[in-house]
Design a protein around this ligand. Structure first.
Ligand SMILES: C[S@@+](CC[C@H](N)C(=O)[O-])C[C@H]1O[C@@H](n2cnc3c(N)ncnc32)[C@H](O)[C@@H]1O
Length: 521
């Protein structure tokens, strides 16, 4: 059962129920963390229920039910009545582990108070909840440190996906100068200093944050901490007092912090500091990547910042272009954030190690598909029955709109699939002609992005030309393609292999889903 994923064919009621109870999930996680359950199970693996309730504030009767819920959420497991942490909990939820996320999860919980003001904020058009003016400085300082630790835990998760993308775009044959704008914990720079032993990083942030940054950096290996400089600078006050010519400028989780005017000025300030062959790396949540999460982050900015917001990567790229920088398209990470790289020298961008398949997914989604999912072509299921359904179960059987299917026997479809290493499953809806035109646009987009073998299988009989004379040869073969089902693909099983769902319709008026397959190489 997929959670929080709307499937129009299975009805919206369950989806709404899941939306309404989504906070139960986080409450269960918060409670288990607060109780110290994961640390206890780390110290006492294979704990008996009586040991758990004796050590933790968990009533013996209720505990079993709570543990069963956590088990369903993959956080703990049970063998012969004894409980232990799953690998997930062991990696992320036990204090002291390198990827411990307890701090960032606790930070998310603190945001609940801001989210409770959403109705007021929407009515007022601005943030309404602020830290109390008489909060003691010591409490504010502790809060700032918690914040930096939380951000540090989050960025640590992403860096293993980010660093390999740098490829050969950053020079290693000479000292490298890194400017980390709004550096926070400095965690991003730490990973760069580790990767590039000849680099030196300047961590730029506001005065009240930098003492905490220094405190965290002092816990790094001495050799790396020695390659750090600090700059107390409000990024909204440009130009920044740093000489230009930085080799690598990082803006990680900064673009969303302010409104359009301020962010445009920050980007312009950063562009002025970049060396002619320098590289700018922007990491953030963008509205053209992981839409639900970026929209939630956008509202999160609305309720707890002055005017922060989520941006489309296209907006950011436009601002960079206005400042003379070329940029990559959106480079999505496997998680909820994405990257844009920019440079005045396009050869620098060419030296990045980007997975172009991941980059074209947002572009193809923008064509108007309901879903675009990566699929290994070896998972496409072929079955002779699909051809039978076309030949014997369709009004268009043997007619001109299906001639492309007739020319492609199942064996040829299999051979075609064997020539590709990647594919995208494209999901859409009627009208058939619109869906097919989108499929052709997707194929063309992929081709223009270097996938010279791009080939699409669409859905249904050809409906491309508004006026098709059934008695004359096809006047538009350039825009004709076989359908998945017509080529002998089991669309139901293939959709399932990609994690999507499709079921036979029972009645007229039910939601129709179309699937196409874009082969890429
Ligand atoms: C969300 S954190 C990101 C930290 C880090 N770059 C990362 O990705 O983990 C935003 C950082 O920007 C800093 N920041 C926000 N507004 C700023 C400003 N006007 N001047 C300087 N730094 C600022 C904050 O203090 C904070 O450290």
């Amino acid at each position: 059962m997929a959670w929080l994923k709307f499937d129009p064919q299975t009805g919206g009621g369950q989806y709404l129920e899941d939306l309404a109870t989504a906070c139960w999930l986080s409450d269960a996680l918060f409670t288990a963390l607060d109780a110290g359950l994961f640390e206890f199970l780390d110290r006492h693996p294979s704990a008996a229920p009586a040991d758990i309730s004796a050590a933790l504030p968990l009533d013996e009767q209720c505990q079993e039910r709570f543990l069963q819920l956590l088990r369903a959420l993959h956080l703990v497991d049970c063998y012969e009545g004894r409980w232990y942490n799953t690998a997930l909990a062991d990696t992320y939820l036990v204090q002291g582990r390198p990827l411990y996320q307890g701090g960032s999860i606790a930070w998310r919980r603190q945001l609940k108070a801001d989210w409770a003001t959403l109705p007021e904020v929407l009515a007022a058009g601005t943030r309404t909840h602020f830290p109390s003016a008489d909060t003691p400085e010591a409490d504010m300082a502790a809060r700032r440190l918690d914040y930096l630790r939380a951000m540090d835990a989050v960025i640590r998760l992403k860096l293993p996906d980010i660093l390999p993308l740098l490829g050969d775009a950053v020079p290693t044959d000479r000292p490298l100068r890194i400017l980390d704008v709004g550096a926070g914990s400095g965690g991003f720079s730490r990973a760069l200093l580790e990767k590039y032993p000849r680099a030196r990083a300047t961590l730029m942030d506001i005065g009240p944050i930098l003492p905490h940054t220094r405190q965290l950096v002092s816990q790094w290996p001495e050799e790396m901490a020695a390659r750090v400089d600090y700059l107390d600078q409000n990024i909204l006050e440009t130009p920044w007092p740093v000489a230009g010519d930085w080799d690598l400028i990082v803006l990680s989780n900064i673009v969303h912090a302010y409104g359009e005017e301020e962010t445009a000025a920050v980007l312009a300030g950063a562009c002025r500091c970049l060396a002619p062959q320098g590289l700018m790396l922007l990491h953030d949540f963008f509205t053209d990547h992981w839409e639900t999460k970026s929209r939630l982050s956008d509202i999160n900015m609305l309720v707890n910042t002055y005017n922060g917001r989520a941006y489309a990567s296209t907006w950011v790229r436009q601002k960079l272009a206005q400042n003379g920088l070329a940029s990559t398209g959106l480079v999505p990470l496997p998680s909820d954030t994405a990257l844009v790289f920019a440079s005045a020298d396009s050869a620098v961008l060419d030296a990045l190690a980007l997975d172009s398949r991941r980059q074209i997914i947002p572009l193809i989604r923008e064509l108007g598909f309901d879903g675009v999912t990566s699929l290994d072509p070896r998972k496409v299921v072929l079955g002779a029955f699909a051809k039978n359904k076309c030949a014997y179960g369709c009004d268009y059987s043997g007619t001109k709109p299906c001639h492309a299917n007739r020319e492609l026997p199942v064996a040829a479809a299999r051979e075609t699939l064997e020539g590709y290493r990647t594919a995208l499953l494209l999901q859409g809806e009627p009208p058939t002609g619109d869906f097919q035109r989108r499929c052709l646009q997707a194929e063309a987009t992929a081709f223009k992005h270097g996938f010279y073998k791009a080939f699409v299988f669409w859905a249904g009989p050809c409906s491309i030309c508004p006026h098709c004379d059934p008695d004359k040869p096809c006047a538009n073969p350039k825009h004709n393609r076989p359908s998945m089902e017509g080529a002998g693909m089991d669309v139901f099983a293939t959709a399932a292999a990609a994690g999507e769902s499709l079921r036979p319709l029972k009645a007229k008026g039910e939601v129709v889903k179309y699937f196409g397959l874009l082969l890429l190489e």
